[in-house]
Write a protein that binds this ligand. Structure first.
Ligand SMILES: NC(=O)c1ccc[n+]([C@@H]2O[C@H](COP(=O)([O-])OP(=O)(O)OC[C@H]3O[C@@H](n4cnc5c(N)ncnc54)[C@H](O)[C@@H]3O)[C@@H](O)[C@H]2O)c1
Length: 436
């Protein structure tokens, strides 16, 4: 393929060098004359393992060159990768001025182009940047229509400095956010030989994933450091602990616990976090990350409460209020917090959970309900239907199978607030997911 790479910084140089080494014809474009001159002389403008040799051989083979002319590059190529910087402004906000400028320049060059050129953003940009900045700027400057006269994709970059060339050839995944499938097909063909999952998705999800990945990586580092700090304070080797932690690929390093939804609860997570953070305070340790987990969890309960109370419908039904489906354990169930709050605000409630049935309960859980939350036991009914007949707002608290078809059975005046993702749909007039 004939490819332009805009921005000869870290990402642009690595992409240009690797694409040229793969046999593509690549033109690097940058307003910085020194970088352009260095590439043209076969010299790498960045420090990175193996980059010097790749650039020297590709330039010598005539597959890599550099230019300051946007128009020349656009007219000589069929696909452009935009790798310009997206730095922070002083207030932390994202500075899209380089992206805006390069889109104006590319748009002007596309005016005179009669072929279907695909513009691909590799720079990291917040969700919404493609629809509010990139696509309108390209359309306005070119006088053409995105998806018809030219294609637009976002293809976030996941390489790490220091191992960038290895990462380019062994990415954890390739993500293509496409505004039209024709552009997505052209870009996907570039990655056809990569042995990594190729994920084609919406432009917005592709924009978001880069921030989610980097936030997660940052969170992992901070978590490991705080665990290391506590471990050291109690005389344990933090590396030994985290090495054991990492061997659990069922619950620890896995998709488990990584689905957005309602707050956690139950008899272990809140209690054990409280004990660990209390103990750390006694050791004079400042652990802002671990200390923030329970408050964050509480905010998720507040969010659910607001979703119900803001509707101002007094009759509320709760389907599923044990902390997860298939258990009768109500200890520290965040659903019980929600229910108690609604009772306190004067809402009328009916509650149903197949596993929390007073007649069938024995032992500790029956004792807990009768002695700790008797006001809740009085609101319990024995079927989904009784809740549906009564309520205007129906809150689904866990993923029991019998709740799956609730959305399809709603009267026109009823709304479901889903805290458990019983349905794959996104929010609409009668269905509200807590974070989808
Ligand atoms: N550095 C990384 O490891 C890394 C990894 C993944 C993603 N990213 C993202 O990729 C983007 C680029 O990062 P970087 O570290 O390579 O940036 P950088 O600042 O090193 O390089 C940006 C280059 O863009 C050039 N440029 C500015 N305006 C231009 C224009 N109109 N036309 C052509 N070139 C122009 C600059 O002169 C500069 O050479 C950023 O959004 C960054 O967040 C970086």
């Amino acid at each position: 393929m004939k490819i332009s790479v805009f921005g000869l910084g870290y990402v642009g140089v690595v992409s240009a060098a690797c694409l040229a080494a793969d046999g593509h014809d690549v033109i690097g474009v940058d307003p910085n004359a020194t970088k352009v001159d260095l590439i043209d002389r076969g010299i790498a403008p960045i420090v990175e393992e193996d980059i010097e040799a790749l650039i020297a051989s590709s330039v010598a083979a005539g597959r890599l060159s550099a230019s300051m002319s946007v128009a020349d590059a656009i007219h000589a190529t069929e696909l452009s990768l935009i790798c310009v910087g997206t730095p922070s402004q002083l207030n932390g906000n994202l500075d899209l001025s380089y992206v805006r400028r390069v889109c104006e320049q590319i748009g002007e060059a596309l005016r005179a182009s009669s072929t279907f050129h695909v513009v691909v953003i590799r720079s990291t940009m917040l969700p919404g940047s493609m629809r509010t900045v990139v696509i309108p700027t390209l359309c306005e400057a070119s006088g053409k229509t995105a998806g018809v006269d030219f294609g637009v994709c976002i293809n976030p970059e996941f390489l790490r400095e220091g191992t960038a060339i290895f990462d380019y050839h062994h990415p954890p995944k390739t993500v293509i956010g496409e505004s039209d499938s024709r552009a997505g097909d052209v870009l996907a063909s570039l990655y056809a030989k990569m042995a990594a999952p190729l994920i084609r998705t919406t432009v917005e999800a592709a924009e978001m994933i880069k921030y989610v990945d980097n936030s997660w990586h940052a969170l992992k580092v901070a978590f490991a450091n705080e665990i290391g700090n506590i471990s050291k304070a109690v005389g344990i080797d933090g590396h030994e602990v985290m090495s054991i932690f990492c061997q659990d690929t069922k619950l620890n390093l896995s998709p488990y616990y990584l689905k957005p939804g309602f707050a956690f609860g139950g008899s272990c997570l809140p209690k054990d976090l409280r004990a660990l953070t209390y103990h750390a305070r006694g050791l004079d340790l400042d652990l802002p990350l671990l200390n923030s987990i329970l408050p964050s969890n509480g905010r998720q309960v507040d969010r659910a409460i607001k979703m119900v109370t803001s509707r101002k419908q007094r009759r509320v039904g709760i389907l599923g209020f044990a902390f997860k489906a298939g258990t009768d354990d109500l200890r520290e169930s965040p659903m019980v917090d929600l229910i108690e709050h609604l009772i306190g605000k004067g809402f009328e409630l009916r509650l149903y959970d197949k596993h929390v049935n007073l007649a069938a309960l024995t032992g500790a859980n029956k004792d807990y309900i009768l002695n700790h939350i008797p006001h809740i036991s009085r609101l319990m009914v024995d079927s989904v239907e009784k809740v549906m007949d009564f309520a205007e707002t129906i809150v689904v608290g866990n993923k029991a199978d019998e709740f799956r078809d609730v959305v399809g059975r709603l009267r026109d005046d009823q709304v479901v607030i889903d805290l458990a993702r019983i349905s794959g749909r996104t929010s609409d007039r009668q269905y509200q997911g807590i974070c989808w």
